[in-house]
Ligand binder design. Structure first.
Ligand code: KG4
Ligand code: ZN
Length: 342
């Protein structure tokens, strides 16, 4: 059972992810995204995402099986994200996973999306060590976790109290007139800007905030500050220096993320930091995290981007580790839980 052949289904947001693993070995990782359908709305539309999953699931499963060179009947278990995420989107994956489990007569593992992101690290082929602090940043979540044991002891230290970091990138991009998704656009624009040009606020970072919200994040104040700054500038009839705004905004987000993640490492005496989520693609975030972690003697791990963004392989990997640790499968009596705790 150390080498369970598991198919994982991920449909918590706009990515239909199907992954197949054998134990900690990645066999396939297929993604179908409905991102383009959401672009005209400037953000993920839950109803559109759910319908897209329904259409994309079966072809994605077929592709994943072909890529892995196996048949459905070869599988030892099925795994699925049951939350957190968009309720309607989750339901599509959960329904499909239950159908597969019943028809194949194989056990079903319902897993947590955030813990799945942490499990992505198992597939890198490197030795994974615990405890580790994990920072997960995407369009849907911004969470700081302390992982003492992947299958038994994952503690949520803090999370965003308003917008997710990726969401903040997307909203600020919109204010700047850049297309969706805004993260990569801002990242690109920022390269030629001055990160010290404008001092934007660092959310929940004052001494009083750090007492109560040491590991929590807030990005909506920052987003508003950027919008106000641009409005003032336009009211004065001045041109908006997009590169400088992008660089200064990016610096504010990155600064808070890295500062709080390294504070968690320091507080808990944990010299390891795992990064995950689509925002990890951000060049400045990688650079600052690596730089400051080196100074703090913290070892940073960043899985390849295909395993950092939402995917089914990480869900399969987590289930394979649960099987390896002797965990019993889920019964069929579970639903989709949009606020599922870790
Ligand atoms: O994990 P992910 O692919 O999926 C969901 O959140 O569903 O993350 C997508 C988010 C989007 O908000 C996108 O703007 C952001 O990650 N993102 C970035 C970059 N690339 C993607 N944010 C900042 N810099 C980037 N280079
Ligand atoms: Zn995610």
């Amino acid at each position: 059972t150390d080498q369970a052949l598991v198919l994982g289904i991920e449909t918590s947001c706009d990515e239909t992810g199907i992954g197949i693993v054998r134990g900690r070995t990645l066999l396939s990782n297929t993604i179908a995204s409905s991102m383009e359908e959401h672009a005209r709305y400037g953000g993920v539309v839950p109803e559109v995402a759910a319908r897209a999953h329904l259409e994309a699931l079966q072809p994605a499963i077929d592709r994943a099986l072909a890529e892995a060179g196996i048949a459905l009947a070869d599988l030892d278990a099925v795994a699925v994200t049951s939350g957190p995420g968009l309720a309607g989107a989750l339901m599509v994956g959960v329904g499909a996973a239950k159908a597969l489990s019943v028809s194949l007569e194989r056990p079903l593992y319902a897993v947590n999306h955030l813990v799945g992101h942490i499990a992505a690290d198992l597939l890198t082929g490197d030795d994974v060590e615990y405890p580790t602090v994990a920072l997960l940043v995407s369009g849907g979540h911004t969470s700081l976790l302390l992982v003492r044991d992947l299958t038994t002891d994952v503690e949520l230290l803090g999370e965003t109290v308003d917008d997710a970091a990726g969401e903040a990138f997307d909203k600020v991009a919109r204010v700047l007139g850049l297309p969706y998704p805004g993260g990569p656009e801002i990242d690109r624009a920022a390269e030629s800007g001055d990160p010290t040009a404008i001092r934007f606020p660092r959310g929940l970072s004052r001494a009083s905030d750090m007492a109560e919200h040491r590991y929590d994040f807030s990005f909506s104040g920052l987003k508003t500050a950027v919008a106000r700054w641009i409005e003032r500038r336009q009211a004065e009839g001045l041109e908006v220096p997009i590169a400088d705004v992008a660089a200064s905004f990016r610096e504010a987000v990155v600064d808070v993320l890295v500062t709080k993640a390294l504070a968690a490492c320091d507080d808990h005496g944990v010299p390891r930091l795992l990064l995950g989520g689509g925002v990890i693609a951000n060049r400045r975030l990688r650079e600052v995290a690596l730089e400051r972690a080196r100074a703090a003697e913290v070892d940073v791990r960043i899985p390849p981007l295909s395993l950092c963004t939402d995917n089914g392989a990480m869900i399969a990997a987590l289930a394979a580790d649960l099987i390896r640790s002797g965990r019993r499968p889920s019964t069929l009596a579970f639903g989709a839980d949009s606020t599922l705790p870790v």
